[in-house]
Design a protein around this ligand. Structure first.
Ligand SMILES: Cc1cc2nc3c(=O)[nH]c(=O)nc-3n(C[C@H](O)[C@H](O)[C@H](O)COP(=O)(O)OP(=O)(O)OC[C@H]3O[C@@H](n4cnc5c(N)ncnc54)[C@H](O)[C@@H]3O)c2cc1C
Length: 415
């Protein structure tokens, strides 16, 4: 759809518009609201936090995400913070280092940024008349054939409103999913890894600002990811057979324990100290959301709420943008008939998401090799990646990311 057509749709008067409740002001929610507004709908966004978050961790936006961002009209608004002349190293606790694979070496030429950058880029494009209610969350969702009654709670006050569509864009532990589709336990699948991500105040471990570092050991790793114009972010990932215990006590104590008993060395020691010094971090278990359907009547889920593939797939933001964009396309194509539109949306999207979820499992070993064999395979992957001609062919056999790139191209053309 051209810009003129979107502008024309935006002119439709408010009273004639279909009304959508979008739950969550992350990238999925913002992009969904933006796209719905562009086809003449009236989105209302509710967010449980008191305000819009900023910052976040390192994000790579790959081909499908870039294509969707272009169609959403926000590609130019999301930066690429890849450092010039970046260099990536595999480091050991004793300080030895050798050249290694960096995030930007992954197939697909990702645009590198902070999670907050892509959220800000999409948010800036939202028309001023899109209503956003903070400190607000749905507590009841009931639907009939012609609409949905959503009861919303804000600071102890509840109100029930009627919508034509409810979109749960409220992340991994989605309230909308819980209210409409069933308990988390039915859909969340733990991978047996814990992750922690946060912003470093400055480069650590003697690394220069343009240098990335990876400490890779059986079952545990640390990645330091550099930016051109911003201090780096750090990412811990470790394997555990007992996820529940990892949530007992302070995350920093769990992290320190996971990387014992060897002396930490400079890079790891400084990363752990920096984690202890900040309150602004993510510490969680890596879980995939697997569902047989992403919609029920006039309620649907998008982004991590529907299909979280985990950080290891590197496709969460891209899928969120593509899913939001495609939703608008299908609603428009089906003349706003919600049922057929959601069916078509899911039919187009599902093979790509399934592929991203498979990648999310396969690529764990690139981030955190589970054992010595996987460490050796990863080393082999690095070596063949550098071979000019046969590298690509061998790489295809070692890791099916190339297949995903094909699918990324497909998804880019859908709609
Ligand atoms: C360390 C890390 C690195 C990553 N790296 C990449 C990468 O390189 N590339 C990539 O594509 N993806 C990456 N991802 C994944 C990506 O960050 C997510 O897939 C993406 O941010 C999901 O966006 P979302 O909007 O669906 O959900 P979220 O970002 O979780 O947003 C959900 C929003 O809903 C709100 N909310 C929750 N519950 C309620 C409620 N009851 N009522 C109202 N509001 C609610 C939340 O406050 C939040 O604002 C990474 C993830 C992690 C953890």
């Amino acid at each position: 759809m051209g810009i003129e057509e979107r502008a024309f749709n935006a002119e439709i008067s408010r009273s004639e518009r279909n009304r959508a409740l979008v739950v969550g002001l992350g990238v999925s929610g913002i992009a969904t609201a933006l796209r719905l507004r562009s086809i003449g709908w009236e989105p209302v966004i509710v967010e449980k936090a008191h305000g819009r978050r900023t910052g976040g961790y390192f994000i790579g936006v790959f081909g499908a995400g870039q294509a969707a961002a272009r169609r959403l009209g926000i590609l130019d608004a999301i930066p690429d913070r890849s450092p010039a002349n970046s260099a990536d190293y595999v480091v050991t606790r004793s300080g030895n280092r050798r050249s290694g694979l960096g995030f930007t070496d992954f197939p697909g030429e990702p645009r590198v940024m902070l999670r907050g950058d892509v959220e800000q880029g999409a948010f800036a494009a939202l028309p001023d008349d899109v209503e956003i209610r903070y400190s607000t969350t749905p507590i009841r969702i009931e639907q009939d054939v012609s609409g949905v009654n959503a009861t919303l709670e804000q600071n102890g006050t509840t109100v029930t409103e009627r919508f034509d569509l409810v979109v749960g864009a409220d992340g991994l532990r989605s309230t909308v999913r819980g209210l409409v589709f069933g308990p988390h336990a039915q859909y969340l699948h733990r991978l047996g890894y814990m992750i922690a991500a946060f912003m470093l105040p400055r480069p650590i471990g003697g690394m220069a600002a343009n240098e990335g570092a990876m400490l890779l050991e059986p079952g545990r790793s640390l990645l330091v990811l550099p930016f051109a114009d911003h201090p780096p972010t750090a990412f811990f990932s470790y394997r555990t057979d007992d996820v529940d215990t990892q949530f007992i006590g302070r995350p920093i104590d769990r992290l320190r324990a996971a990387y014992r008993p060897l002396p930490y060395g400079r890079l790891l020691g400084e990363a752990l100290d920096a984690f202890e010094a900040t309150d602004d971090y993510l510490y969680d278990t890596a879980e995939q959301v697997r569902m047989n359907t992403w919609s029920k009547g006039r309620v649907l889920l998008v982004g991590d709420a529907a299909w979280c593939a985990t950080v290891y797939s590197g496709m969460g933001v891209s899928a969120a943008l593509a899913g939001a964009d495609l939703l608008g396309t299908m609603l428009q194509r089906h003349g706003d008939r919600v049922g057929p539109a959601l069916q078509a949306w899911e039919n187009h999207l599902r093979p790509h998401i399934a592929s991203y979820q498979r990648t999310g499992i396969k690529q764990i070993s690139l981030f955190t090799p589970a054992n010595r064999r996987q460490l050796v395979e990863r080393r082999l992957f690095e070596i063949v990646d550098r071979l000019p001609v046969i590298g690509a062919a061998i790489r295809r056999r070692l890791n099916s990311s190339e297949d995903n790139l094909e699918k990324e191209r497909d998804i880019a053309f859908v709609g």
